[in-house]
Design a protein around this ligand. Sequence first.
Ligand code: PLP
Length: 387
Amino acid sequence: MDTNQIIQQIQVSGIRRFDEAISDVPNVIKLTVGEPDLPTPEHVKKAGIQAIRDDWTHYSPLMGFSALQRAASQYFHQKYGLNYAPSEIIATVGATEAVATSLLTILNPGDSVLLPTPAYTSYEPIVQMAHANLIPIDTTNTGYKLTPAALQQVIQNHAGKPLKALILNYPTNPTGVTYTQAKLTALLAVIKRANLYVISDEIYSELTYEQPHIAFGTLYPEKTITINGLSKSHAMTGWRLGFIMAPQALINEMKKTHQYLVTSTSSISQAAGIEALTHGLDDGVKMRAIYQERRDYLVKRLSEIGINYVYPTGAFYIFAQVPTDFDGNSWQFATRLAQKAQIAVIPGSSFGASGEGWFRISYAASQSALRESMNRLALWRAQNQEK
Ligand code: PLP
């Protein structure tokens, strides 16, 4: 086929492929996609409806309505102490476009980007599209967190190569781990020495259960590109509204990438976003309490069933280990689990080679679905200790 070779080699993400593959299994409980099951808050929906009535249905300025930039500037300052001027914020088509615009703007062909793994699936394809190289840093032996020593080691191993950026994502998809201020500060020393950009994907910042979220942009404002959005904090995945926040000179460059990729994000979503950011400061806090209850329930049940997991302190995922008595890889395990126990989870290999042997449970699902899925898992394990 005479099409772009990089695109030919990229696949639709393992999350989507697996989700589609098991969709036909009758009566399956889906704990797959990372999508809040909770509704968008009523006041935010009303603002969207009102925007349509008021004919807010045309192009917006490229970077978003100035009222939205102002609202985002204030919200992220109040929430996390970030200091971005309204002009340093671009409203994007979800955090997904924010990732793409950031990487496509800073990377030259041949540059290298560091990524702690297992990791969310969107980063690598964009790095490839930019003709750059992704260097994974396996975190399986360090509690699924990047350590200064591991980072230093990888930097040394690639001395002389054009190392451009480190992608951080915390709370982390797929493991649910997050970082304390002390851990981030220790990483920062290494990052600064190597003069790396940090692309900090903080889309789960409202969902931390044991400690406050520390925004990387408060520690390293000069070279951090902060990515956030309303998909998870306000259950607004379908509205497609995210943000890139960065120093002005970088934003001026990103504005061009953003224009030629998407022009601007939906005007209606922006109106809803202004409402969410100005009157919905506590929306995410209420949702957090619900997710936390579910997390507590799941870790208890998994422990009882005898499944190992990484203790999650954020996001709405649990990364659990394929039982050692199962003879097969994580894709085969997840397929078997869907077919035999009617529970759908994501194979760990979807998050990179270092995720093999594990699987991801999303608890963005109702309490009754979680209860039923754990009952099914317990029964299946009891009946069928795989040989
Ligand atoms: N970044 C991470 C780490 C995610 O898990 C997701 C969605 O699951 C996204 C970005 C994409 O977010 P959005 O729906 O706002 O594009």
